[in-house]
Write a protein that binds this ligand. Structure first.
Ligand SMILES: [Ca+2]
Length: 192
């Protein structure tokens, strides 16, 4: 018994609890198990929690700010009810449209998310897309992902080989109804 107790205090608590339970020492084990739990709670964490990655708008090629609040920053404000809308009053520039977002701190990501506008309209919902990453916000190279989204208001998640980056860019190649606009309620990334 004493040898087993020493083993438990040395840190093999889970295994030792199992051994004692199976050996029929339930009451003695309960006290020792309680000590083990307290020890775990007061120990410093093995690794710090992953830092939260903030998303900040860098630029969009077009945004509507007169006819409605369709500014690009609405795509990264955390509110599904606000959205980025490319210009539609006075002019409707054609696709492609793009949005560049900065990650703070830079991170390794393995995907991105696209939440279409959540109101009654589907104007501007992206169909064809390309997604890029960059370290300087200027050179985005070749897309790390491209394809077509299904026409729905569901959250879309696209994954790819993990990439370390400071900037991401979503380029909308086309709209679900072939219209000129692009809209996005929220754009996010999937950390590795
Ligand atoms: Ca939003």
């Amino acid at each position: 018994m004493k040898i087993k107790m020493n083993l438990m205090l040395a840190g093999a608590s889970a295994l030792a609890v199992g051994l004692f339970l199976s050996a029929g020492c339930a009451s003695w084990t309960a006290n020792t198990a309680g000590k083990a739990v307290v020890s775990e709670l007061t120990s410093p964490p093995v690794a710090p929690a992953a830092p939260k990655i903030a998303l900040k708008l860098v630029r969009v090629d077009s945004e509507e700010t007169a006819g409605e609040d369709g500014k690009g920053a609405n795509a990264v404000d955390g509110d599904p009810n606000t959205f980025w809308h490319t210009q539609w009053q006075d002019a409707s520039p054609e696709c492609p449209h793009e949005i560049v977002i900065e990650l703070t701190p830079p991170a390794t990501i393995k995907g991105f998310t696209y939440l279409p506008r959540q109101d009654d309209s589907d104007h501007g919902t992206i169909k064809g897309y390309e997604f890029y990453v960059s370290n300087d916000g200027q050179d985005f190279g070749q897309p790390v992902a491209k394809g077509e989204f299904e026409n729905s208001k569901n959250l879309k998640t696209v994954t790819f080989e993990p990439k370390a980056c400071r900037f991401i860019k979503l380029k909308a190649l086309s709209e679900v109804n072939g219209e000129a606009w692009t809209t996005a309620a929220e754009i996010g990334m999937v950390p590795q």
